[in-house]
Design a protein around this ligand. Structure first.
Ligand SMILES: [Zn+2]
Length: 224
């Protein structure tokens, strides 16, 4: 093995251009490319130049639009969970099933662990997520308690993976298909509210751009 160190003049070290401040940098969550944050006008979107992942989307009046959606979701929450999802008639006996009665039935059938998971993922966490979003949006709107707003928005991101309304809806659809041949089945108003709640929450995810919310929470002069 040969070593040329000291045998001639050392090559000039590469000149590194200074990085902009950290707040002006963004990393792509898909491919880790580090880049300067683009300045977007309302309606514009920015994609990663390497992998094409959509990094940012600038929406106008997101606080007002998100507040309207959060309030709609909170209004739908009670009927979605406590009104009958389906009506089941078997051997002359009719029962009305709700999300809450499903949790109670699991608990009474000695499946307490599953009852707890269903309760957390389909009721408690989705409600806590909505309340966090409401508090964050109100904190931005009123300019009060942004420190708590930051804490709640962090908590919201931790809870995101635990709210599984989509999985619960899939379970309901599978049980409807399986029970169709065994009993007389009727769909209830609760199912309509449940689907509406799911759609409103998905819309909220699209409108409530995380980048704009983080900026509005950390910079009181940022417009959201
Ligand atoms: Zn990328």
């Amino acid at each position: 093995m040969q070593c040329n160190a000291g045998s001639g003049p050392a090559p000039n070290p590469p000149v590194l251009s200074p990085l902009p401040p950290l707040e002006q940098l963004a990393a792509c969550p898909e491919c880790d490319l580090l880049m300067a944050k683009p300045m977007l006008s309302p309606g514009q979107k920015a994609q990663c130049p390497r992998c094409g992942y959509q990094l940012f989307a600038a929406h106008s009046r997101i606080v007002e639009r998100s507040l309207a959606l959060v309030i709609a979701a909170l209004l739908l929450f009670i009927p979605a969970n406590f009104l009958p999802i389906m009506q089941l008639s078997l051997l002359g006996r009719t029962t009305y099933e709700t999300v809450w009665s499903g949790v109670i039935s699991l608990y009474q059938s000695n499946m307490r662990g599953i009852a707890l998971i269903v309760f957390l993922c389909s009721m408690a966490v989705p409600l806590l997520k909505l309340l966090c979003q409401l508090a964050v949006l109100l904190s931005i709107r009123t300019g009060q308690g942004r420190r708590y707003g930051l804490f709640l928005y962090r908590s919201y991101h931790h809870m995101r993976v635990w709210g599984m309304l989509e999985v619960y809806l899939l379970g309901i659809l599978v049980s409807i298909i399986k029970l169709k041949g065994m009993a007389e089945l009727g769909l209830g108003f609760g199912l309509l509210c449940f689907v509406a709640l799911l759609l409103v929450q998905l819309w909220l995810e699209v409108i409530m751009s995380p980048q704009q919310i983080w900026e509005a929470l950390s910079d009181p002069h940022a417009r959201a």
